[in-house]
Structure formats: C-alpha cells, structure tokens
Design a protein around this ligand. Structure first.
Ligand code: GLC
Ligand code: GLC
Length: 812
C-alpha cells in the first residue's frame, strides 16, 4: 500500500495523506542552516550544529508523534485548521505534501480556503523562507485570522532538555514591528540571536508559550487562536515562542501571499548592541530586506533549483527501468548529500545531541558524494585525517563545530583507519588531484605534528598491518564496522557502554572483516603510492594485501562454506558452523568477495551462495543467522537486541550493497540486481504499510525474519546505506567506475535489463555513454568505442583537454 507517489518530472515525492505510518521528512539547507521538516509540518531548525546551535525546539519520542514544528493556524469562523494537518488535526478537504530537493510544498484546502506553502533554505543566507498563499475559492467574502507559531530552543539542545532550574529563567526576546527576536543568552556569551518575521504588518503577537497556548494546553488547542487574538505577551524566562497574528479579508477568488523568514544572525563581539540591552539588528534588517516580496522568494528559489539541477546532472542514467532511473538520478544522490551534511547527527532517530561526525561513517559517506562536490570532499578528508592519532589509529567520532576528536568515545575501533584510505582513494580516482596526498595534515589536530596525507594513509595501513592476533588476522579492538561486536567488552551490568567498557584492545580478538578491508584498501593504498612514484612502498603494500588474502582463504579465515566473522577474546570462532548461534555473518562474505578474495578459488562463489541460502529474505539480506537468542557476554551488544532487530539478525541495509557488489565481482548480474531491489525505496514503496519509513530514501535497518515486525524499516535517512547503494548501482551494476587512468565502464546487469545510457561529468569533461546488450549477457564488454575509436579493455582513457567523450559499449 502506498501513501503517495513519485513525481519524477518535478523530482518530488507527493504524499497524499498526512496520516503516514511514521513522519516522512525532508531536509532543507545545503551549507550551514538546516531544517528537518515532516509531512505534517513537524521538525526543527539549527545552525551548523544540531546540538549547540538549535533554533527551534523539538520533542523526540513524544505523544502524539511528531510534535513541534513550524505551524500555521487558519481560523475561519469556528473552524481552526493547519495546512499540514497537525497539530490541530482538523480533517482537511484536500491535502498534499510535496517533498522536493531542498524544499517542501504543502497544498491543502478547507471550507473553500486553499493554503499553499513553499518552504526552503536559500543558497546564501542563514534562514528558512516560507511563502504562504491563501486563496478564497468560495463565492463569499472571508474573514480569516492567520497565526504562525514556533517554539524557541534555548540554543544548546542538550542543556535545553535537561537543565530546567536554569533555563526557566534565561529566556529573552524583543519585538519590533513584525519581527520577533529571540535573544536568550545574548547578554552574556553569545553573539547570535534568531528572528521570526513576516513581510506584512501584523495584528498581534505572542512570545510567551503559555499566553499563546493557554495553561495545560498543547499546540493542538491554542487558546489565543480559539479566542481569535494574540495577547502581546513578552517572554521573560520560561518558554519563549514566536507567534504572529494577521487578520485577512479575502474577496471571492482573491489570494493573499505572505513571506515568513526564520533566521540566524551573528554579530561581531564588539558590535553586539544598538543601545544598552538592545541587540544590534542591522544584519537582521538586511537579511529581511532580501526576502520582502514574492519576486525575492522566486529568485532565491530558482537559485536553489539551479544548484540542484546542476549537481544532479553529474551522473544520470536512462534505462527501461523507471525505478532505477528515479533512484539514481534523484533520490539516492539526494540522500548522499544529506548524509554529507548531517553525518549521523540529526534525523528523526538521531536526536542531534548524541553522536557528532563518525570517522568511518564520514569516510564512507564520501564515496557517495565525491563526484558531486569534490572540493568539499577534499576539505572533509583533511578534517577527518586531522583527527587521526600519530600511531595511525583514529578517534571514532569528531565534533562538527570544533572538528576535534571526541575523547568520550576515544579510539580503538580498528576498522576506522582503513576507511581513510577508502575515502582518499575515491577522491583521487574521481579528481586526479594527487596534490592532496602531499598536503600537510596534522595528527590529533596539532599543527606541529603535521605530515603529508600519504603518511597518514601509510600509518592507517601499518596500524592494521602491525596489530594482529594469534591467527595473524587484524585485532578488532572495541569493534569493527559492526559497532555491536564488542569482543573485548564483557559487560555484565546495565548502563555500561558496550563500546567503551572493558579493555580497549585486547590481543586475542580478531576480525576477518578487517582482513577483507585490508586487502581492498591495502591495494588502493598501493595504487596511491604508485601515483606518487613510490613503487617499493606500493609493492610492499600489495605483498601484505596478498598475504592477508591467502590467510583469509586458509583455515584462519575460511569456515568451509563461508568466511568466518571473527575470533573472540577466548580465541573462539564467531560466525562459524561451530557456533551455537550466529553461525554466518554477512560482512566478511560481502567485503572479502568485493575485495576479490576467493574469486579464483571458487570460495567467493561459495560464500555468496551461502549468503543466499542462509541470510536471504524477501525484504533483504540479514546480517547474521541464526539470531542470538540470549545475551553473550563475550560478544557484547550484538546479542543484546531481540532476535531480528538491528545488528542481531536485522537486515542492515548498509551491507546489502556489499553483497550486491560482490555478486558483480563474480559476474552474477541477476543476483546482484535482485539484492539491490530488495531494500531499494522505489521498490519497497509498494509495501509502505509494512516498511513504514519514507519510500524515497533508505533506512538503516529493516527487521529481519526473526522479528515480530519482519520487513519494518527503522532509522531512516542518516545511514551509510545511501553512499554504498549509490556506489553499487552507479559503479558496479551500471558499471561506471572511476579509476586513476580514467572512467572504466564494465556493467554487470540482469540479462533482461535492456540497453541503457549514462551521462557523467568526470574531471571537467562530459561523458555520453550508450550501452547495448544484444546477447543479453550479465557481464562482459565486447567492444568499447570512444569518440569513434575502438578501444581495448574497459577504461576510457582520460585525455587532458578533451571535454566531450561519446562512448559506445557493447556487452557480450
Ligand atoms: C551504524 C553506525 C555505523 C556502524 C553500523 C553497524 O550505522 O553509524 O558506524 O558501522 O551502525 O554497527
Ligand atoms: C549502537 C547501534 C549501532 C550504532 C552504535 C553507535 O550500537 O546499535 O547501530 O552504530 O550504537 O554508537
């Protein structure tokens, strides 16, 4: 069952009922200013950092669901309604929410009054602009009162939700004309304030929550709206809000349009005040001056659209499969950009006050957006590498505002260092910019410890190469990619962190998965060394990678039918047929095979066959089987979840593409695509009532076969799934993979996929590629023609100065 439909032409998902199974949200903002906005106008706004600079308040895990947002109340006689249905929940005569790329629209109607809302964050300002248009579609005159409402957050969202003894006394506002200024803490250490304004003379306002809502009332029953008038309240402590009132007379057929601006203003330390206690508003007036009229809004909106149009033109596909086209051309790339902006900080499941930027997460996200914003990817790589320790290990997380490593969680996640190679390699393959490898980059953010980036990569590589256990496999540390495989933790008491409790390293517990990564990224590191002319280092790295590959295929890494997952701190196998539960895990099957391990010995095929036999479900491939039915102290958090959820046998969408990529490596296009489809939003849209999260983007986890709600998605938006599925479909299935020498084209598709064409921007040149498949093969390039010239192999040689490449590929 669906709750809307894709409008590919406009790049929108159109939600046709507010009663979606869960809030279906969108992200507004491309740089510093961000809003999360749901299909019922719920959500919140922050500047740069969702924890430290939060403008509006949101209540996670609240009832009713999804409360607090940017609300407009329309009072038309005795009827009060909201264009987004919440919070009053008056039944609407019509409703539509269109989530687009960086903007959302709402079109609703009640009793002959139509409301249409367009809301977005402009490219170059720290504000959210909302145009609200009301139209009287009846044949009689209408007297309507319109009310706006936002609740301010007192900036630090963490403190805001805990420290009431202080916070109930700090709130301050000013009101001038139609602008409400939120200036809590501005008197002391803050140089910034927020504004909420409308481009029209108002008939009233409120800034005290209780004055507007009434005592013991929620946003769904605001007293001021019921009475038809705001009270002019001025907040002092408690909960400051911003509410405007506008009384509108609409003739039959008449429309009225208003522009609301929610903005963030920062002043210089020595230019904070206009007069004693009165904030300097100069910049606020300037900002508001830029969004005074409908034409101003149109202009800013078309700038935003032009930006996205250009970005999304850098990789496009046209095939006979509209679902693939819409994911590749629109939604998958859009989600990659959102993960670039948010990492894992702020979604409807990440509260914005917990994790900052993950080291491994950010490196992997990069794989999905490096072709879109290479300059910012470069900057990101330097930021991440700057937090690395001198011995090559890494802080697991860092803070977006300070860009410093987070010492609460510290280091010791032994997959982290290798992801830095993954991200850097992707960047250099994409751009050809080897200067980054020579750039001086600090260790531990200490400039006096700076070394060229390639040295950071060497230390990543060597950290893994030198931290080995009894079988010669990499030590796992606190955990590897699977944060819940805590083999050195041994926690027995609730409240202890699975990840930071216990010895950080241990010298016994090993990870086969990191072994697979070492093969893959060890070779990519070798390629980078070669680019710099360091052939002996390249050779050393390749030798090490080959040795590791051999080890993985030996009894140390191979269980007979699949790859073992790890060894625990007792030296016992994890993910082996010898285990009572958790006999096979997805990660080493995917990663070892995609690294090419076992392709020649038949073990690769065997491992993937075992995945299909033991881990596959109709909703995707589970992370492990059989699920852990009891807590295993020696394994940690993985066994803490009820069977079928999260890392305990859930379908962890992030590593489904690893299996799909692995299938392409051994040439099985039908199976690769089957795996791709199972978690793909455009496909799961049809079962939205089961899947429940947004049908236009990926979620982190779908409940596995053992779970009560098998097939139900959770944790939508901020997941490495976005980047990896895009890598999978664009680079492996459709097969356009950037190499150091140029783009390689080597698709691996289902036999009946048909012909298709691709366009891509690469190193400043434009590629138009057509792929035909007359023999209906799954993989294999029979001929490659580049600008009319027959070319050997699969790589389209990159020639400096050639700006257009017409490429014809025939499979066979
Ligand atoms: C979450 C984390 C990611 C981790 C994964 C598996 O998605 O963000 O870092 O790899 O879970 O535990
Ligand atoms: C929990 C989650 C896992 C996530 C981790 C982040 O372990 O289950 O998915 O990666 O927290 O710290």
């Amino acid at each position: 069952m669906k709750f809307g439909y894709f409008d590919d032409e406009n790049r929108e998902y159109v939600i046709t009922t507010p009663k979606t199974p869960l809030p279906w949200i969108n992200y507004l903002g491309c740089r510093d200013f961000f809003t999360l906005l749901s299909n019922t106008c719920g959500g919140y706004t922050f500047y740069k950092d969702a924890k430290l600079l939060r403008l509006t308040r949101y209540r996670y895990n609240d009832v009713p669901m999804d409360i607090n947002g940017k609300y407009f109340y329309i009072k038309d006689g005795d009827t009060i309604w909201n264009p987004g249905w919440q919070p009053v929940k008056t039944e609407l005569d019509s409703y539509e929410c269109r989530h687009g790329i960086g903007y959302s629209r709402f079109n609703s109607e009640k009793n002959g009054v139509a409301a249409s809302i367009l809301t977005f964050v402009p490219m170059n300002d720290a504000c959210e602009v909302t145009r609200l248009e009301l139209t009287n579609n009846t044949s009689s005159e209408k007297d309507i009162s319109l009310f706006s409402y936002v609740e301010w957050c007192l900036w630090n969202a963490d403190d805001d939700s805990r420290n009431f003894q202080r916070n109930f006394s700090t709130g301050e506002v000013e009101v001038v004309d139609s602008v409400i200024f939120h200036k809590t803490e501005y008197r002391e250490r803050r140089n910034h304030y927020a504004i909420y304004a409308v481009n029209e003379k108002i008939d009233g306002f409120d800034t005290i929550r209780e004055a507007f809502l009434g005592a013991y009332r929620g946003a769904g029953e605001p007293e001021a709206v019921e009475k038809g008038s705001c009270t002019g309240s001025m907040a002092s402590g408690w909960q400051p809000i911003a509410a405007h009132q506008l009384n509108l007379k609409l003739m039959p057929g008449e429309s009225k349009s208003l522009v609301f601006v929610l903005g963030y203003i920062e002043n210089a330390e020595d230019d904070k005040w206009e007069s004693y206690g009165v904030i300097n508003k100069k910049k606020a007036w300037e900002m508001l001056g830029r969004y005074k009229t409908d034409e101003d809004v149109d202009k800013a909106f078309s700038e935003l659209n032009a930006y996205w149009k250009e970005l999304l033109s850098r990789y496009t596909v046209k095939s006979s499969n509209e679902k693939v086209d819409r994911m590749v051309n629109i939604w998958n790339q859009y989600q990659c950009m959102v993960t670039f902006n948010m990492s894992r900080s702020a979604s409807y499941y990440e509260s914005g006050i917990g994790r900052g930027m993950g080291f491994r997460d950010s490196c992997q996200d990069l794989l999905g957006f490096v072709h879109l914003i290479p300059d910012r990817a470069r900057e990101r790589i330097i930021d991440i590498a700057s937090t690395q320790f001198e011995n090559g290990s890494a802080y697991h997380q860092y803070q977006p505002l300070t860009k410093m490593g987070n010492s609460d969680i510290g280091s010791g996640f032994n997959d982290d260092p290798l992801w830095l190679i993954a991200g850097t390699s992707a960047y250099v393959r994409e751009t050809g910019d080897i200067s980054i490898l020579k750039e001086q980059v600090p260790f531990e953010n200490d400039a006096s410890k700076a070394k060229p980036l390639i040295e950071h990569l060497k230390r990543s590589f060597d950290y893994t190469a030198t931290h080995r256990g009894p079988h010669g496999l990499p030590l796992i540390g606190r955990a590897d990619w699977n944060d819940c495989l805590n083999l050195n933790c041994h926690s027995l008491h609730p409240g202890e962190s699975f990840q930071t409790y216990g010895t950080s390293e241990g010298d016994v517990a090993e990870s086969v998965f990191i072994g697979g990564m070492f093969v893959k990224y060890g070779k990519e590191y070798a390629d980078l060394c070669e680019l710099l002319g360091d052939d002996s280092e390249a050779e050393r790295a390749r030798n090490e990678a080959d040795k590791m590959s051999g080890l993985l295929l030996s009894d140390a890494g191979w269980d007979g039918e699949w790859f073992i997952r790890a060894y625990d701190s007792n030296g016992d196998k994890v993910g082996s047929s010898e285990c009572e539960e958790g006999q096979i895990y997805i990660e080493p099957q995917g990663f070892c095979v995609l690294a090419g391990v076992g392709a020649e010995t038949g073990q690769a095929q065997k491992a993937l066959d075992s995945v299909k036999e033991r881990l596959d479900t109709k909703y995707g491939v589970m992370i492990l089987q059989p699920a852990y039915t009891r807590y295993h102290e020696e394994l940690g958090e993985v066994s803490s979840y009820p069977p079928g959820y999260k890392e305990n046998a859930g379908i962890f969408c992030h590593n489904n593409p690893w299996i799909s990529i692995a299938e392409t490596v051994i040439g099985r296009g039908d199976r690769a695509f089957e795996v791709y489809k199972k978690t793909c939003p455009a496909y799961t849209e049809d079962i939205s009532e089961i899947h429940r999260t947004e049908p236009y983007i990926y979620c982190q986890m779908v409940a596995g076969r053992d779970a009560k709600f098998h097939g139900e998605g959770k944790n939508s938006w901020l997941t490495g799934t976005a980047a990896w599925t895009f890598v999978n479909i664009s680079q492996y299935i459709l097969g356009l993979y950037p190499t150091h020498k140029g783009l390689s084209i080597n698709p691996c598709v289902p036999k009946d996929f048909g012909d298709f064409s691709l366009t891509r921007m690469f190193r400043g040149a434009k590629y138009d590629i057509t792929v035909s498949n007359p023999d209906k093969v799954e993989k294999g390039v029979k001929s490659l023609t580049v600008n009319g010239k027959k070319t050997e192999g699969c790589v389209i040689p990159f020639e400096e100065g050639v700006k257009e490449y017409k490429v014809e590929v025939v499979l066979g």
